[in-house]
Design a protein around this ligand. Structure first.
Ligand code: KDG
Ligand code: MG
Length: 432
């Protein structure tokens, strides 16, 4: 009999092969853990295997829709994955991605990320290596980070920035309040069980775009005159301006030499990036709201941004993020993965694995986790000398103490994590 293509069996993972039997190592359970040790809603996934004591953890934190991610994992991904070989990271990602036919979106991508990161964690534990080794090994000792300073006026922002610089931080994101407005990124008084965590608490209220566009250049004028040129300064517009005002602001800020200006436009306004590029050399960071490669690939290919800033769990985990980082390298775009408090310490460890192994790393955003979060997540990486260091443990190096996590349930709130409304003075609702 002559061999034909028909005789070639397609590759099917062993668990699916009717006669192939079970793989030696199998996924035996997938658990979703909701916890809020720093009063920020986190979603963490635990993938258990047939090898006693071998499991992985992943971050699936979509802080404004945690229950929807939990349901996507428990009702759709868990049944799809039980019995499969956890070694097949790429295959599992592809199967999970296309199994619903309609794909991407923050719920499904976060769900997939929880699984994906856990599988990388398992692979690292089996190899006895930190995940950055599996990604190619270290190209730097540690990852330089930035942290947040904010205040009611430029003086207060300066004081917070100095406090961070005294702790060794060399990059600081600066946000100033616009009095009478619901300003993004400005702390209010802290307190237990506030409905919104301090770093992103905004009063429900109104927003005056012109007042904000005037306040920001004044802030950086003040900061540069007080802090000098050495410190790296960053700012997040957080898609709070009409596109033409964002272009004007980016031009005005050019003289203050920002390390980067973030989210000048909403993802829906991607078409404005070519105009921005023609107008200013202020470095641009973008990406925390992207979930679909169709949103970010064109900006990289056309060299319209300088830093890619995806929320790794929102694009599906380490598997797509490492491909994205490699793609960016070919176009001179650096990585600056999203790292606020609503990325769990497990997600921060995934960021760090990429930061350490990608030559086109730019900077890492760092959230200063509180005591409770560090206890719930043993192994949370540490900042020293303004840089984030790996703890060198196999896998992602971060675990979750489930009993402790249960002591910090998601805060009760009528909106279950959704953000408050921000409106223009005439009542029009605007982006948060
Ligand atoms: O939950 C929303 C936050 O992740 C976001 O507001 C933080 O913009 C942010 C940043 O750059 O850290
Ligand atoms: Mg941001």
């Amino acid at each position: 009999m002559t061999e034909s293509h028909d005789a070639v069996q397609p590759f099917v993972p062993a668990a699916w092969e009717p006669s192939g039997g079970m793989p030696a190592l199998r996924i035996t359970d997938v658990k979703v853990i909701l916890t809020a040790p720093d009063n920020i809603r986190l979603v963490v996934v635990k993938v258990l295997t047939s090898e006693p004591g071998l499991y992985g953890v992943g971050c699936a934190s979509y802080t404004t829709r945690p229950a929807a991610v939990k349901s996507a994992i428990e009702e759709y991904l868990r049944p799809l994955l039980l019995g499969r070989d956890p070694n097949d990271i790429e295959d599992i990602w592809q199967v999970g991605h296309i199994s619903g036919y309609w794909r991407t979106g923050p719920i499904l991508m976060n769900a997939l990320s929880g699984i994906d990161m856990a599988l990388w964690d398992i692979k690292g534990k089996r190899a006895g290596m930190p995940v950055y080794q599996l990604l190619g090994g270290k190209v730097r000792r540690a990852a330089p980070v930035y942290s947040h300073a904010s205040g009611r006026d430029p003086q207060e922002v300066e004081e917070q920035a100095i406090a961070l610089m005294e702790q060794g931080y060399r990059y600081v994101r600066c946000q100033v309040d616009v009095p009478g407005n619901a300003t993004y990124g400005v702390d209010e008084e802290e307190g237990p069980r506030q409905p919104y965590p301090p770093h992103l608490r905004a009063r429900q209220g109104t927003w005056d775009t012109a007042a904000y566009a005037r306040a920001v250049p004044r802030l950086f004028d003040h900061l540069r005159s007080r802090l000098g040129e050495e410190v790296g300064l960053l700012h997040d517009i957080h898609e709070r301006l009409p596109p033409i005002l964002a272009i004007g602001l980016a031009k005005e800020l050019e003289r203050f030499h920002l390390f980067f200006l973030e989210d000048p436009f909403a993802p829906e306004d991607n078409g404005y990036f070519p105009f921005l590029r023609q107008q200013t050399s202020t470095p641009i960071a973008m990406g925390e709201l992207y979930v679909n490669q169709a949103e970010y690939v064109p900006l990289i290919k056309d060299r319209l941004i300088d830093f890619i800033r995806c929320h790794i769990s929102a694009i599906g985990g380490i598997t797509p993020a490492r491909k994205l980082a490699a793609y960016c390298e070919f176009f001179g775009v650096r990585t600056a993965w999203h790292g606020p408090g609503d990325v769990s310490p497990v997600g921060h460890a995934a960021n760090l694995a990429l930061d350490l192994s990608c030559s086109n790393f730019g900077i890492q955003e760092w959230f200063r986790f509180g005591e409770a979060a560090r206890e719930v997540f043993p192994g949370t990486p540490e900042v020293r000398d303004g840089m984030l260091w790996s703890n060198e443990r196999p896998g992602l190096g971060v675990d979750i103490d489930e009993a402790l996590a249960a002591r910090y349930p998601l805060p009760e709130h009528p909106l279950n994590g959704a953000f408050p409304e921000v409106r223009q003075p005439d009542g029009t609702v605007i982006r948060w």
